[in-house]
Design a protein around this ligand. Structure first.
Ligand code: PLP
Length: 450
């Protein structure tokens, strides 16, 4: 694209386009970088720069860019039936076939799926479903849903209320009532409590959940919602002790478990679902992103038999759904995406090869003076930036993370910053050589940040 065309687009962007999660003034004179096309694990900007996409878009382009099979699936379906809905007593082949495929991949007790257009809509659906479930069970007082501080479940009113991002709660009016949050299992972020073993810390976080349940009254608590590994909060991998202890608490008080698989689902942690990695038995699993590798928007909720049977047998009509629930073109692309992932052994490769390789190479960055911790699981990773003098976290106002992100982008790698935590979540089809490039560029960005 010519320089003048780029400049024109940047001017129009500044004039008319409100970007998500962006300080509008920060676009400044320079304007946005315009991403024009992409292939494999790379995005290419309007100036022809090839940038390794260490974030797979927004944690979603699991199969990588440029897969003709997905384009063909969308095209064929658009010719055949571009739109029809699944309301009342109609459906169409892609929705049914995708539902069946998802159930075949999900844990055994999950046999039904409710489609949505996004992860946020999936979590809106979750909130209504869990409260409806308990009402049908004759326990309408079971209303409270417990999430976690710094958890992320989307940006709609229900999504942001379930999430525990304080800056989101502060904007745009009150949160949905009946939702509260407990301590996150973020050992590094909670200051590496002096001398404490991370596993003891994990147990402490589960104990905080139990204390909250008792404070609210177990008879009033409907569900606990959490990501297996917190994504947007900072690629936070909980201590090994955490999930077994949480499971025990929820079983003790008969509280539904909602595992948000929007990021961790579809191979990110080296299993089809994060719940499989952590041996969880969720009642509900919101899904999106990697479901279609981001080629078209689609989400959903996988529903366990306990909840589904009650909704179906005792519920009558559930007054809930979206125009684009199970959209045919999106469903056709998602189905093809899952078929390709299966046929190519993508998930197994993350578990057995790419995940361990990334852990080894990414872990080497732990020796950099600016890095207090380098962690990864499957193909998600984080670096915690610290002051080399003290080994403690920087003063937030310095913006070290943003600086590192900008250096990284300039050197040809997309790395995200959450405060001073640098994050990666590359396409699941990344090669060893591309992982080497990613690590080299991350190191160069750290050097430039010093
Ligand atoms: N849940 C999790 C764990 C997410 O990371 C996200 C998005 O990043 C969402 C839900 C919301 O998904 P969407 O942006 O598709 O609404």
């Amino acid at each position: 694209m010519s320089a003048s065309k780029t400049g024109q687009l940047q001017r129009l962007d500044r004039a008319h386009h409100l970007h998500p999660f962006t300080d509008f003034k920060s676009l400044g004179e320079e304007g946005s970088r315009i991403i024009e096309r992409a292939e494999g694990a790379y995005i290419i900007d309007s100036e022809g720069n090839r940038i390794l996409d260490g974030m797979a878009g927004l944690w979603c382009v699991n199969l990588g860019y440029g897969r003709e099979e997905l384009v063909a699936a969308a095209t064929e379906q658009m010719h055949q039936l571009p739109y029809y809905n699944n309301f009342f007593k109609t459906t169409h082949p892609p929705a049914v076939q995708l539902a069946e495929k998802l159930v075949s991949l999900a844990p055994e007790h999950m046999n039904r799926v409710f489609f949505t257009g996004s992860g946020s809509e999936a979590n809106d659906t979750v909130l209504r479903m869990v409260r409806r479930y308990w009402a049908l069970k004759g326990k309408p007082e079971k209303q409270w849903v417990i999430g976690r501080e710094n958890g992320y479940h989307g940006s709609t009113v229900a999504g942001m209320s379930l999430g525990g991002m304080a800056p989101m709660h502060e904007q745009g009016g009150p949160c949905v009532p009946g939702i509260t949050h407990v301590r996150q299992p973020y050992w590094f972020g909670e200051g590496r409590p002096a001398g404490q073993d991370p596993n003891d810390f994990g147990i402490e976080c589960a104990a905080a959940l139990e204390a909250k349940i008792r404070e609210l009254g177990e008879e009033n608590v409907a569900a606990f919602i959490a990501e297996p590994v917190q994504g947007a909060g900072g690629a936070i991998i909980p201590p090994q002790s955490y999930w077994p202890a949480v499971k025990a608490v929820l079983d003790k008080y008969d509280i539904l478990l909602v595992v948000d698989e929007v990021i961790c689902g579809f191979g990110r942690l080296g299993e089809w679902f994060g719940s499989v990695h952590y041996d969880l038995t969720p009642d509900l699993m919101p899904i999106a992103k990697g479901l279609s590798s981001g080629y078209l928007p689609i989400g959903g909720v996988l529903v366990g038999d306990r909840v589904a049977d009650t909704l179906i047998e005792e519920g009558g009509e559930f007054f809930h759904g979206f125009t684009y629930s199970g959209h045919p073109a999106c469903a056709a692309v998602a189905l093809r995406n899952l078929e390709l992932m299966e046929a190519e052994g993508v998930v197994e490769r993350v578990r057995d090869d790419l995940g361990p390789y990334l852990a080894q190479r990414w872990g080497e960055l732990g020796d950099h003076p600016l890095v207090g911790e380098a962690r990864s699981l499957g193909l998600v990773g984080a670096l915690e930036l610290v002051d080399p003098e003290t080994g403690e976290r920087f003063d937030k106002a310095l913006g070290a993370g943003n600086l590192c992100r900008d250096h990284s982008f300039a050197s040809g790698l997309v790395m995200r910053s959450v405060g001073d935590t640098m994050i990666i979540s590359p396409p699941l089809v990344i090669s060893h050589e591309e992982i080497d490039e990613l690590v080299d560029k991350a190191r160069a960005a750290l050097d430039a940040t010093q």
